[in-house]
Ligand binder design. Structure first.
Ligand code: ADP
Length: 251
């Protein structure tokens, strides 16, 4: 049976851990050639090794997505290395300091917005420039349940994730007729080693309690939705926001 992404080239930012790593591995399993881009090069290299060990094709790339010149070079690297760009997952991000808005320092705010929001503009700008001449492509921007819901403690993160929803809509309206579909994925809280190691039992229980399904999500569950949206099976789906959240936002 032909693999769903055979012959396709994919770029995943923040591909060195968590959700991005799961997306990169699944894309490679389904036949895509994948650039695994991350600020943390070692993480990206480990994901590439896993992909190669499973018979897939991938290359690692060190990137700070908040630098537009570096983002342009990352897209060039992808096109030069694998011969094009068909799919992109703009996923790199940080949580930022946890405190309410009046306590946020100006520099802290700018940094979170640079890494989580401006980066996605830079990525889409150059990814679209690579995709549009071919008249096809698909982009997923990794938003969050905090792309529509709020919490007090992470105002810059909440703002940036809301902005990705708007950016996704604007880009989809502009480019869907030219063959490029753009969607946002909105995960609930995902069980990662970071969550496991940084939260005590009580905080973890409280976090789980926010999800009516009764547990946190898994990175591969977010990747499942992301791959569907990137695939040709989602050919009429563009410009929308897709929850994968165990009913968090249903409340
Ligand atoms: P999640 O659970 O959302 O996957 P992670 O923290 O595991 O969260 O993944 C986010 C990824 O984004 C990490 O691999 C991290 O190194 C990467 N990242 C963070 N900031 C940047 C940046 N400025 N440029 C590129 N990658 C980044």
């Amino acid at each position: 049976m032909t693999k769903e992404f055979a012959g396709k080239v994919a770029l995943v930012t923040g591909g060195g851990s968590g959700i991005g790593a799961a997306c990169a591995r699944q894309l490679a399993d389904e036949g895509a050639k994948v650039v695994v881009a991350d600020m943390h090069l070692e993480g990206a290299q480990q994901v590439v090794e896993t992909i190669k060990a499973a018979g897939g094709e991938a290359a690692s790339y060190q990137i700070d997505v908040s630098d537009p010149v570096a983002v342009a070079a990352m897209v060039d690297f992808t096109v030069t290395t694998f011969g094009g760009l068909d799919c992109a997952v703009n996923n790199a991000g940080i949580g930022g300091p946890l405190k309410p808005i009046a306590e946020y320092e100006i520099d802290e705010w700018r940094h979170v917005i640079d890494v989580n929001q401006n980066s996605v503009f830079y990525c889409m700008k150059y990814e679209l420039q690579a995709m549009l001449p071919n008249g096809k492509g698909s982009i997923v921007n990794m938003s969050s349940i905090l792309g529509t819901n709020g919490i007090a403690a992470a105002p810059a993160y909440v703002s940036a994730k809301h902005a990705l929803v708007g950016m996704t809509k604007s880009a989809a309206i502009a480019y869907s007729a030219q063959g490029v579909r753009i969607n946002a994925v909105a995960p609930g809280y995902i069980h990662t080693p970071l969550v496991e190691n940084s939260l005590d039992e009580e905080s973890l229980k409280a976090l789980v309690g926010l999800h009516p399904i009764g547990r946190l999500g898994r990175a591969d569950e977010v990747a499942n939705l992301t791959l569907f949206l990137l695939s040709d099976r989602a050919s009429f789906i563009t410009g929308s926001y897709h929850l994968v959240d165990g009913a968090y936002a249903a409340q």
